[in-house]
Design a protein around this ligand. Structure first.
Ligand SMILES: C[S@@+](CC[C@H](N)C(=O)[O-])C[C@H]1O[C@@H](n2cnc3c(N)ncnc32)[C@H](O)[C@@H]1O
Length: 258
């Protein structure tokens, strides 16, 4: 290890970075000069998420753009990709709501190149910008709006698979989150209201207008909230099943519309 690398590793380790060696290697590879490297290390020590500094995140083998302030996709969201892909068919209409940088849409399009009509939507214009950069090259379309608000009317009643990792952190728990999330991800990406289910509640209730009988809805949740997420789906006309993947540490509820 060179002296420069060594110094970066030491600073990151002293700041509490668990994967200091790996992070140092990524920062050194990304920085174009010593000044930029120093600024990146300073920002990382101040708690900025590594992925926002690099400008990208690796998600299921794909490199996705992550603009500053946008929610960084977590690996557990790979569970949504696995569940959704089981319901795809040639020409399926797929929507990712509350898409952030659109990790699920990007992974599905990469698995089914040119074979899906894929839409993604988010209320945050910065997230929409990142999502567009990720989906445009793969043939997906990104719109801005509150839940279904930006989607074209013609999709009503014709979505085959709807996936969403909507915010689900109860408002009172935001202050307990790691500093990286609290200080550097938009609060609208995290805050799910008093019980954490406000956005899910609206999304699941509205979804029945957009999904025909037999269509699938897949929503990320936590193990603690899973029963309530499933209950929201049952009340909205779905048969709901809780899915858990311990390797990914992911929990989701999957519903099929009656
Ligand atoms: C937990 S983040 C997940 C982002 C992305 N799905 C992922 O897994 O990386 C939740 C996202 O929902 C978006 N959001 C929050 N409220 C929304 C609403 N009412 N309509 C659309 N998007 C919303 C936020 O801007 C944020 O990008």
């Amino acid at each position: 290890m060179g002296a420069a690398t060594d110094a970066v590793v030491r600073r990151l380790r002293d700041a509490g970075c668990v994967f200091a060696e790996e992070e140092a290697a990524l920062l050194l590879a990304e920085a174009t000069d010593p000044q930029e490297l120093a600024a990146m290390v300073r920002a990382r020590v101040d708690g900025r998420p590594l992925e926002q500094l690099l400008g990208w995140v690796a998600f299921r083998g794909h490199r996705l753009v992550v603009d500053e302030g946008v929610f960084v996709p977590r690996q557990r969201t790979g569970l949504l990709v696995e569940l959704a892909s089981a319901h795809l068919h040639e020409g399926a209409t797929v929507v990712e709501l509350c898409c952030g940088v659109a990790p699920v849409g990007a992974a599905l399009l990469a698995e089914w190149p040119g074979r899906l009509e894929l839409w993604a939507s988010d209320i945050d214009p910065v997230a929409v910008r990142s999502a567009r950069r990720n989906l445009a090259p793969l043939g997906g379309t990104v719109v801005a709006g509150d839940l279904f608000g930006g989607l074209p009317d013609r999709l009503r009643g014709s979505i085959d698979v709807l996936v969403a990792n909507a915010p689900y952190v109860p408002s009172a728990s935001i202050s307990l989150m790691p500093r990286e999330a609290r200080d550097h991800e938009a609060v609208i990406a995290l805050d799910g209201g008093a019980d954490g289910l406000d956005v899910q509640r609206r999304l699941i209730a509205a979804s029945s207008e957009w999904l025909p009988a037999g269509a699938h809805l897949v929503v990320e949740t936590s193990t603690r909230q899973a029963e309530r997420t499933a209950g929201l789906m049952e009340s909205a006309g779905y048969s709901a099943v809780i899915r858990r993947d311990d390797d990914l540490d992911g929990t989701a509820v999957e519903g099929v519309r009656h």
